[in-house]
Design a protein around this ligand. Structure first.
Ligand code: NAD
Length: 489
């Protein structure tokens, strides 16, 4: 039985879509049809933005509610999402190949957690302060919601990434029009069911599925005040150009090519689960993964063997099976892309030590074997370009300085890890890596700490108070009772 929707969630209502076009979705592991949703058109975006604009500009509307009153609604939203958490995880897993255990944690668990974190921040920390003026009087400094947000998300971790944007934006008092990726729309429409059940006020949230043209239309829409985008660096550049021309604030979470620096004192075997999570999680379809493994020449062969054994040991299979560690890629297009990089790696002289092809026992689904290349030069294409699949390059280095230099010789700067038995040494090396985030012996996106990239990995931060601030603008009200009473000079 397929999951099919005939209406879109626009302005807080289930609305008849402007056209009869539909987006079909196929299971990554079986290629079977999973379901379909209406494809949004420009007219649907117009309706959604108009509803968001009305809700935002209403003098008694959502942005002007007491934060605690917004928090009550968002708590109902969190509960409604929790009730659907298992089904959300199953839908994401079937659509994009994410192993179900991970989907339960990321896709089922993160959205309610993020809603509660950000509503707690808004209700628990002062959103305005009074500062004594240096020139007399005082200034009231107020954080206000930035306005109507156009949010665009990718397919790889669709619900968690959606809530990196929705949770702070809604808690701050913004209204949102979301465009999910066409590959993962069934989870997006389930999220709309939760929003409807929670009774989000009219206009506060709309979800309009579609492709890149529809995304570009939303980015440039005159009714949008701020854009928040997660996806490829190529699309991010185009969006940044549009927002630059319009002087529209924008947050960009883009690609990465992070380094996992294995120091010469590392005990990789004892941290192999964390190492797996930091390099190959979600079938390699995560932007912050450390896909360049930097190994000291003094232990190079041994580390190549450890990484190779890890790749060969992974259980490949149906992502809905709890024991699966590595599922298929999201689409045949994505598999083609990953396979073309494997061919380039071989062409450049990389030595294949694991994988390189499709699993022999899978004749359906977009599977690629976990693949390891040794003897990779950091200048090779597979070490410079984001592959977004289960492909690791092991690059040798001679000294700690050289390891840092190699880690930093990339256009990206998003994630990374340092592996060592000496935590102080690990932190010292981590501080030298040019990256927005980095971990020592593990990598986690903690909701309380800012996440984001430098260089071609993006602009701005999500998570933490910094993630909330990107949906707020400062307003200063000068208060000078003395001067107000006398004539100005
Ligand atoms: P993509 O950039 O093609 O698409 C992402 C989303 O943007 C989709 O919803 C798509 O429809 C939309 N889109 C594409 N071009 C657009 C444009 N010009 N204007 C407006 N919207 C547009 O990326 P993808 O291939 O679907 O996703 C994989 C990429 O996303 C990888 O490169 C990965 O690194 C990146 N990513 C980054 C992060 C992060 O947080 N930094 C997280 C996940 C994915």
């Amino acid at each position: 039985m397929t999951i099919d929707y005939d209406r879109l969630y626009v302005g807080g209502h289930w609305a008849t879509p402007a056209t009869g076009e539909r987006i079909p979705v196929h299971a990554a592991a079986t290629e079977e049809l999973l379901g379909s949703v209406p494809e949004g058109a420009e007219a649907d975006i117009d309706d959604a933005v108009a509803a968001a604009r009305r809700a935002f500009d209403d003098p008694a509307g959502w942005p002007r509610w007491d934060p605690a009153r917004r928090a009550e609604v968002l708590e109902r939203f969190a509960v409604a999402l929790e009730q659907r958490g298992g089904e959300t995880a199953r839908r994401v897993s079937a659509q994009n190949g994410m192993p179900i255990g991970l989907a339960q944690q990321f896709e089922g668990g993160f959205p309610p957690l993020l809603l509660r974190y950000f509503t707690g921040l808004v209700t628990g920390t002062p959103q305005e302060e009074t500062r004594p003026g240096m020139l007399g009087g005082s200034s009231r400094v107020i954080r206000e919601p930035v306005g109507v947000v156009g949010a665009i998300v990718p397919w790889n971790v669709p619900q968690a990434i959606t809530f990196l944007k929705l949770a702070p934006a809604l808690a701050a008092g913004c209204t949102v029009v979301l465009k999910p990726a066409p590959e993962t729309v069934l989870d997006a429409l389930l999220m709309c069911e939760a929003a409807a059940a929670a009774g989000l006020p009219e206009g506060v949230l709309s979800v309009v599925p579609g492709g890149r043209e529809l995304g570009a239309y939303l980015v440039a829409h005159p009714g949008v005040d701020k854009v928040s985008f997660t996806g490829s660096t190529t699309a991010g550049r185009t969006i940044a150009e549009t927002c630059g021309r319009l002087l529209r604030p924008v947050t960009l979470e883009l690609g990465g090519k992070s380094a996992a620096i294995v120091l010469d004192d590392a005990d990789l075997a004892s941290t192999i689960e964390s190492f797996f999570a930091a390099t190959l999680l979600n079938n390699g379809q995560i932007c912050w993964l450390g896909t360049r493994v930097l190994a000291p020449r003094s232990r190079y062969g041994e580390i190549v063997d450890t990484v190779t054994d890890l790749a060969k040991s992974l259980r490949i299979g149906d992502p809905l099976d709890e024991t699966t560690q590595l599922g298929p890629l999201v689409s045949s297009r994505q598999r083609d892309r990953v396979e073309s990089y494997i061919a380039k790696g071989l062409g450049d002289g990389g030595r294949l030590t694991a994988g390189g092809g499709r699993p022999a026992d899978r004749d359906q689904g977009w599977f690629v074997e976990p693949t390891v290349f040794a003897d990779v030069d950091n200048g090779h294409t597979i070490a410079q370009e984001e592959i977004f699949g289960p492909v690791l390059s092991v690059i040798p280095y001679s000294s700690e300085d050289e390891a840092v230099a190699i880690a930093n010789a990339t256009e990206y700067g998003l994630g990374g890890t340092v592996w060592t038995t000496d935590a102080d040494r690990g932190e010292a090396v981590a501080r030298r890596v040019a990256s927005g985030t980095i971990g020592v012996n593990a990598y986690v996106n903690d909701p309380a700490a800012p996440f984001g990239g430098i260089k071609s990995s993006g602009i701005g931060r999500e998570l933490g108070p910094e993630g909330l601030h990107s949906y707020q603008v400062f307003k200063t009200v000068y208060l000078d009772p003395e001067r107000g009473r006398r004539a100005l000079p």
